[in-house]
Design a protein around this ligand. Structure first.
Ligand code: NAD
Ligand code: TYD
Length: 351
């Protein structure tokens, strides 16, 4: 049995589905079901005895303690977070509450539980913390990619809150010996991503003939990783990662935002022609404040130590992703109802 937090979100749900398909061992998913948490993401597990859902907040110490005692997991894989940079600019408080205080609460309960274990369960236990490359800040165009020893320099409230959580995880290993592993991954894309993030937002706006908002000059660079590859990297780190270590996970796939948007448009022109090329909808809008210029990941350590490397190429992963959104109209309708429309109105009205 493992405990996953935030398993109803984009990466967490992909992880739970892949985990049960690959490992077959049961999962308890603790999720608060914020706007980003969607039980429909885990619909394929309905009635499956290997999946247990616990609706709740990672800040609820009693709930977490009870789950750990009852299920005696050999690992916690911690995804739960507020995850969208633009939302962190509009309202940073929730980011501190979930990402920093929530991770602290979870670490405290994990430590208390781990201390009750006897060998060999104690030695086997792992706390795997899922984090981001955004903690390293922004690169210039000729800078080397982020490695695990790059100094932290978070620039958004989101990145700062994730950096804070990474530091707490590090300290719990160093001070208390809690067997932690942290992964820092680049931008994910793939099925089940909430359409506030660039790729699904562009797919859905293009399908609806709406403007495709590109912040600033569109030349900001991100490294893109297919979500299934991220899940495989987390599984590798959980199985064989060295305790107290951090592993960078990336896709070797740096793209400007304009390149990404054009690539989505080209796939839609082929799969869902609209008369005029979808790229005609591209609209440059006011930039995000403090917008990091470039992220890039040096994933040599995880390849060398754990044999992990990305399998999906950006072009094929993006095509699969577009096909998934085209085939899942009901899921899309479910997540683009009231609250989503309010977010789109508040984020884009002033741009
Ligand atoms: P997401 O926003 O899609 O999902 C977050 C999930 O956490 C949701 O199900 C939500 O309901 C849940 N949650 C939020 N607050 C909670 C709380 N207090 N208690 C319990 N559950 C809570 O996020 P995602 O994109 O799937 O990201 C998952 C993790 O991976 C995050 O920690 C994020 O920082 C990290 N990450 C994301 C990316 C990316 O590109 N999306 C890249 C690298 C790292
Ligand atoms: P996003 O998906 O929000 O991820 P992150 O900010 O965590 O990297 O954004 C990816 C890139 O796309 C980022 O440089 C901001 C840009 N972007 C746009 O140009 N337009 C948009 O509407 C959104 C949501 C993002």
């Amino acid at each position: 049995m493992i405990v996953v937090t935030g398993g109803a979100g984009f990466i967490g749900a992909n992880f739970v589905l892949d985990w049960i398909a690959a490992a077959g061992t049961p999962v308890v998913n603790v999720d608060k079901l914020t706007y980003a948490g969607n039980p429909a993401n885990l619909a394929p597990l309905k009635g499956d005895a290997r999946y247990v859902f616990a609706h709740g907040d990672i800040n609820d110490r009693g709930l977490v303690a009870g789950l750990l005692q009852r299920h005696q997991p050999y690992a916690i894989v911690h995804f739960a977070a507020e995850s969208h940079v633009d939302r962190s600019i509009h309202g940073p408080g929730e980011f501190v509450q979930t990402n920093v205080v929530g991770t602290f609460s979870l670490l405290e309960e994990a430590r208390a539980y781990w201390n009750t274990l006897a060998e060999p369960a104690k030695g086997r236990f792992r706390f795997l913390h899922v984090s981001t490359d955004e903690v390293y800040g922004s690169l210039g165009s000729n800078d080397p990619a982020f490695s695990e020893t790059t100094a932290y320099a978070p620039n958004s409230p989101y990145a700062a809150s994730k950096a804070g959580s990474d530091h707490l995880v590090r300290a719990y290993h160093h001070t208390y010996g809690l067997p932690t592993i942290t992964t820092n991954c680049s931008n994910n894309y793939g099925p089940l991503q909430f359409p506030e993030k660039l790729i699904p937002l562009i797919i859905l706006n293009a399908l609806n003939g709406k403007p495709l908002p590109v912040y600033g000059d569109g030349k900001n660079v991100r490294d893109w990783l297919y979500v299934g590859d991220h899940c495989a990297g987390i599984r590798a780190a959980l199985a064989q990662g060295r305790l107290g270590e951090t592993y960078n996970i990336g896709g070797n796939s740096e793209k400007t935002n304009l390149e990404v948007v054009h690539a989505v448009c080209a796939i839609l022109d082929e799969l869902h022609p609209a008369g005029a090329p979808h790229a005609k909808l591209i609209t440059f809008v006011k930039d995000r404040p403090g917008h990091d210029r470039r992220y890039a990941i040096d994933a040599a350590k995880i390849k060398r130590e754990l044999g992990w490397e990305p399998r999906e190429r950006f072009e094929s992963g993006l095509r699969k992703t577009v096909e998934w959104y085209l085939a899942h109209g009901e899921w899309v309708r479910g997540v683009t109802s009231g609250a989503y429309r309010q977010w789109i109105a508040s984020n884009y009205a002033a741009r």
